[in-house]
Design a protein. Sequence first.
Length: 286
Amino acid sequence: MAGAQPQGLGPTRRGALVSLAAAGLARPAWSAAPPLALQGVFTQGGFAIGRTAPRARILLDGQDAGQASAQGLFIVGFDRDAGAAADLIVRTPDGETARTLVIGKVDYDIQRIDGLPKDEVEPTDPALLARIALEARRKAAGFASLADDDSFRRGFILPVQGARLTARFGGQRILDGVPKRPHYGDDLAAPVGTPVAAPADGRVAFAETGLHYEGGLIMIDHGQGLISLYLHLSKVDVAGGQEVVRGQIIGAVGKEGRATGPHLCWRMKWRGRNLDPMLLVGAAAP
Ligand SMILES: [Zn+2]
């Protein structure tokens, strides 16, 4: 309780905190505070790749975000609907460094449509529902993959060459006032059979064909909770657990599952947050 604290200390402490905040430090910087360099896209759906002390603890908005690699590299992501600021802390046994990141707001493509019949009918067939539930369980295991490495460090390339970006990350339709699930991917339109390459090094966390919604689906774990997804594939050339390198062909573009035409729906997740994969193309460690 405030009344129990020595009255004289209150204003002094507050003053010190205010001046630290003005210097961009949310917490006191100790003498042995770890170094921190950041590079990335600081917007909703964006990310930051950081360099700090090897194996430093990373916290984002007060939540545990794992450990930096042995080289001191780490990655954090900002959700599609992330707030205006993100609090980043890197911590070692000797001290910690904190930084408040200003996160830019993105104007997503929002379409308001009224008076149209429902274009999607929710499945009701019990056998199909059971199949969808089983697929969801297997996918959840893929999402849970959490490689303790920094396969993201060499950066990302486009997974499909010569494709057309037909639907951007974050778009959303509002049907008769009811917001539908946002589009959490970037759609890269290309003919069926166009090779799909791993955009960065990683380990295959999921690889299956014939899923109800996704058709052929691959997930690649790039380390520290960063997982990329490849949907509607006509061909899957890798298996779960397999290591892949940037540029390696992993499958082919298709229109399997719930897709209106041939394209790769490319998605990216970081610890459950949805990132815009296109923002990672060309990214590099600081
Ligand atoms: Zn898509």
